[in-house]
Design a binder for this molecule. Structure first.
Ligand code: F6P
Length: 374
């Protein structure tokens, strides 16, 4: 059912930011304006929806933002159904829906990752509002889409970092362990590790064995290679950790907890790479150093690939809105941007499958993946 072409749509950006958010905002807004809609931007994710904070997004506002990193709307990880309000955590779903109605929205376009898909779907189911989800994350772990926006840009940053680490590792004959984001999945580490020619790539989908890694590194030494780069995804686990966690029913490694200062400020998370580097140095006798790329991977302008993808996803969303086609994610399948029902996406994480071609590719260029000597 087509909606009134003089209606209003809202856009929000939720979860961790990434390059390309502004490009998508521009794509959705320009496309929607083309079809005659008014567009408003809701600030700071679902918190802005609950607190009724929004700005008009006209042509002037979305002009010149295609290349800008971050999000002009601001983002937060707040969920409508579990929102910290003062000293309490409250279910603010009703208020979010009320504000959607008071803004006279015909659709709420939510740019975000897995959590955002779930929150958008929940608002639709509980509040009966129209939503659209656009898959954003450097982690590339959203179900039912070949790729998420932001991933290519982050992969470029991580690849460049690995390139740079190569030259300094070579000069000092060191092992450098580079920690790469990706949450519980290995897409970013595997992609940038292959692109940067890392010698060892460790991803959460393949539990690693330190003995295997040490043997691979020693083998490189014996063949005359006096440096090595180890790319480590932040969510990795060793075989022993997986076993211990299974026995104790624990889901995540304890050290993954972000350290907090007394006033609640998040401090730097202890890189898992530190522990791996220490073990490597002990087992091989080769000097090891650690680099954790952290939020650098989420900063700066999007790549040309992401700019094109973001513009395509955003304008496809505007087409779907004009057709009255809601409650879907706009995903990428092959060369097409297509609507995918939200129930197929919400709550499902896309891991690197064991038979993914990138894994075979890595093994064929003698990269150790931590489970067998390369
Ligand atoms: O989901 C994107 C991501 O950058 C993950 O790769 C990482 O684990 C997490 O967000 C970091 O979150 P925060 O910015 O809240 O520290």
């Amino acid at each position: 059912m087509a909606v009134s072409r003089n209606g209003t749509i809202g856009i929000l950006t939720a979860g961790g930011d990434c390059p390309g958010l502004n490009a998508v905002i521009r794509g959705v807004a320009k496309g929607a304006m083309h079809y005659g809609f008014q567009v408003i931007g809701i600030q700071d994710g679902f918190r802005g929806l609950v607190e009724n904070r929004h700005i008009p997004l006209d042509n002037r506002m979305v002009s010149g933002i295609l290349t800008q990193g971050g999000t002009l709307l601001g983002s937060s990880r707040d969920k409508p159904h579990k929102m910290p309000m003062g000293s309490e955590v409250m279910d603010m779903t009703g208020v979010a829906v009320e504000n959607y109605r008071s803004m006279n929205l015909d659709c709420l376009v939510c740019l975000g990752g897995n959590g955002t898909a779930k929150n958008a779907f929940r608002l639709h189911k509980k509040g009966g509002i129209n939503v659209l989800h656009l898959p954003k994350t450097i982690d590339n772990d959203v179900a039912e889409t070949d790729i998420t926006f932001g991933f290519d840009s982050a992969m470029d940053i991580a690849t460049e970092a690995i390139d740079r680490l190569h030259t300094t590792a070579t000069s000092h004959h060191r092992v450098i362990v580079c920690e790469i984001m990706g949450h519980d999945t290995g897409w970013l580490c595997l992609g940038s590790g292959i692109a940067g020619g890392a010698d060892v790539i460790l991803i959460p989908e393949i539990p690693y064995d330190l003995e295997v890694i040490a043997k691979s590194l020693m083998q490189r030494q014996r063949s005359g290679k006096r440096f090595s780069i180890v790319a480590v995804a932040e969510g990795v686990h060793s075989r022993e950790e997986i076993k211990a966690m299974a026995e104790s029913g624990q889901k995540k490694r304890k050290e993954k907890i972000v350290h907090q200062s007394e006033d609640g400020v998040h401090l730097v998370q202890e890189p898992v790479a530190s522990r791996i580097a220490r073990e490597i140095q002990q087992r091989t006798g080769v000097e090891a150093r650690v680099t954790s790329l952290g939020h650098v991977q989420r900063g700066g302008p999007p790549t040309s690939f992401d700019r094109l993808l973001c513009t395509r996803l955003g304008t496809k969303a505007s087409e779907l809105i004009a057709e009255g086609h809601f409650n879907v994610m706009v995903g990428v399948k092959g060369t097409e941007c297509v609507p995918i029902p939200l129930e197929k996406v919400a709550g499902i994480k896309r891991l690197v499958p064991a038979d993914h071609p990138w894994i075979q590719t890595a093994r064929l260029v003698s990269t150790c993946l931590g489970d067998e000597v390369a």
